[in-house]
Design a protein around this ligand. Structure first.
Ligand SMILES: *[C@@H]1O[C@H](CO)[C@@H](O)[C@H](O)[C@H]1NC(C)=O
Ligand SMILES: *[C@@H]1O[C@H](CO)[C@@H](O)[C@H](O)[C@H]1NC(C)=O
Ligand SMILES: *[C@@H]1O[C@H](CO)[C@@H](O)[C@H](O)[C@H]1NC(C)=O
Ligand SMILES: *[C@@H]1O[C@H](CO)[C@@H](O)[C@H](O)[C@H]1NC(C)=O
Ligand SMILES: *[C@@H]1O[C@H](CO)[C@@H](O)[C@H](O)[C@H]1NC(C)=O
Ligand SMILES: *[C@@H]1O[C@H](CO)[C@@H](O)[C@H](O)[C@H]1NC(C)=O
Length: 458
């Protein structure tokens, strides 16, 4: 059994571990003039797609590619059935997981806190001072707390601990083998979907920590990527799946209404035709549909295979279109969705002075200060300018610190590409990835991805 606690050593923001040597030629320093110049020369269009609720150890847990720390390469990883009573036994990660996981694991702020800290209301001072570190031991406990009464607990344990094999997710496997995968990329917020989506496009949730109970339409006052580009007359569109369920994220911001940019939300079907006809804007932001069978986001209640079919269509449209040669496709997820991951999330600077408070399952109030990241999420860079099969480990931020990547790394990098300043201290801290764009384009990049497979049971 791997004791996750040992990995707590990695929990501090600055990481001193020796990095695995890379077979690829050395890159320029991220954020350097040479690197930014190269980025601007090669990349004219960015496509950003944020899927739903999956951790690295869950979705990419069965990828045997070297450099990805996951269940099959480094596991199995084990969690107790009850963090307060180890005599109830353990479940260790194994292949395989369900195409659709019917008991949606908790990803509320305090559910997430149980999953990573084995308690719902940990001591925030101890966390901030580095004395209390996540042990990633509470995933099964939280799942049983939410569903245990009427459910087979073995099944609950394997829902959150098990992983997908390379054969179950052939489209993902193809991305891993053909493009770049981040090994240490975390969600910005240790909480649910909406806050993480806001953080991805604006660097902060503006103090929000929940999906439910709030209508976010045009509510958020902070600067977003949509406003930053709008003010520079850089074209953007928010393509969304009209079946709904996520976003459209551009419509969460007050600016979008006040500046008359509501009509930049268009159906995702238009994305395929725009890509094929060379009419994509400079920045394309895609919202998949959620949640349940037939939706495309890979949310656990939907089918992973439906998500794969969507990714295949997005990729193949880009690849066949005339803008492919200068496109960077960033594929990421919003948060871990309550699925186990063994890497403790690091601390990170607060984006602003806002906090979020909710009542935890133990009846106590817990205040999240937005000073630590969520779990690892799968993130890929896809472009002819990206090395084949590269795995990126830690980033180097503009303060010279070697740290984990996070959702705000997207805004940090796009700021270099399109000349906007970091929106807040979190974005300023986040390591950029401009240096991963190469100087020569690859020829013969794969044009057709494998056909997704459905699997009713395992
Ligand atoms: C977990 O163990 C504690 C301590 O023995 C016990 O009080 C609690 O009821 C257990 N929880 C479950 C869900 O079994
Ligand atoms: C996953 O995303 C859906 C849709 O936004 C949300 O309802 C659900 O609560 C999320 N799951 C977790 C664990 O946050
Ligand atoms: C609980 O689920 C496991 C895994 O699917 C299965 O092997 C076991 O038979 C189930 N137990 C009961 C009592 O249904
Ligand atoms: C953007 O376009 C508008 C309308 O054409 C113009 O008034 C404004 O100066 C432009 N802004 C920038 C930053 O180019
Ligand atoms: C939005 O409306 C403006 C003003 O009518 C128009 O110029 C623009 O083309 C529209 N954009 C889209 C994406 O429909
Ligand atoms: C937080 O509040 C302090 C004290 O008012 C202020 O100095 C600081 O600039 C604020 N930080 C941010 C990120 O707004």
């Amino acid at each position: 059994m791997h004791q996750s606690a040992l990995l707590g050593m990695l929990a501090l923001a600055a990481v001193t571990t020796a990095l695995p040597s890379s077979p690829f030629s050395p890159s320029p320093r991220p954020g350097s003039e040479a690197s930014i110049t190269n980025l601007k020369q090669k990349i004219k269009n960015v496509v950003l797609l944020c899927m739903e609720n999956r951790s690295v150890d869950n979705l990419l847990g069965g990828q045997t590619h070297k450099g990805i720390e996951n269940s099959i390469n480094n596991g199995p990883f084990c969690n107790p059935y009850n963090v307060s009573d180890p005599s109830q036994g353990f479940h260790c990660s194994q292949a395989k997981d369900y195409d659709s996981v019917t008991n949606d694991p908790s990803h509320a702020v305090t559910g997430n806190t149980m999953e990573f800290y084995s308690q719902w209301t940990p001591d925030n001072t101890a966390i901030a001072e580095g004395r209390l570190r996540p042990n990633n031991n509470g995933f099964i406990t939280e799942q049983i707390h939410n569903y245990g009464a009427n459910t087979n607990t073995t099944e609950l344990a394997l829902q959150v601990m098990n992983y997908y094999t390379e054969q179950q997710v052939p489209v993902m496997t193809s991305f891993v083998q053909n493009f770049l995968t981040f090994n240490h990329w975390h969600s910005d917020v240790a909480g649910p979907t909406d806050p993480n989506r806001f953080a991805l496009v604006s660097g902060t949730t503006h103090g929000h920590g929940t999906n439910l109970g709030t209508d976010y339409t045009f509510l958020l006052p902070q600067m977003s990527i949509f406003q930053a580009l709008g003010e520079k007359n850089i074209s953007w569109l928010n393509y969304w799946d009209t079946a709904g369920g996520t976003g459209p994220d551009s419509k969460a911001f007050t600016w979008t209404l006040e500046s008359g940019n509501e009509n930049k939300t268009v159906p995702v079907t238009q994305f395929y035709t725009d890509a094929l006809s060379g009419n994509l804007p400079t920045f394309s932001y895609l919202n998949p549909s959620c949640c349940g069978v037939g939706t495309t986001s890979m949310h656990d209640s939907g089918l992973v295979s439906d998500g794969e079919a969507f990714l295949k269509k997005v990729y193949e449209s880009l690849r066949a279109g005339p803008q492919w040669e200068n496109t960077l496709f960033i594929l990421t997820f919003d948060e871990t969705g309550g699925f186990h991951d063994h890497v403790p999330p690091p601390l990170a600077p607060r984006p602003d002075n806002l906090t979020y408070t909710e009542k935890a399952a133990n009846g106590l109030e817990y205040t999240y200060e937005f000073n630590r990241l969520g779990g690892r999420i799968p993130t890929f860079l896809i472009s002819p300018w990206i090395n084949e099969g590269e795995v990126e480990q830690f980033g180097l931020n503009s303060f010279g610190e070697t740290v984990s990547y996070c959702a705000s790394s997207v805004l940090r990098t796009l700021g270099y590409l399109w000349d906007f300043e970091p929106f807040n201290p979190r974005v300023e801290w986040a390591p950029s990835f401009d240096h991963l764009i190469q100087h020569t384009a690859r020829k013969n990049v794969i044009s057709t991805l494998p056909t997704p497979v459905t699997f009713t049971d395992y």
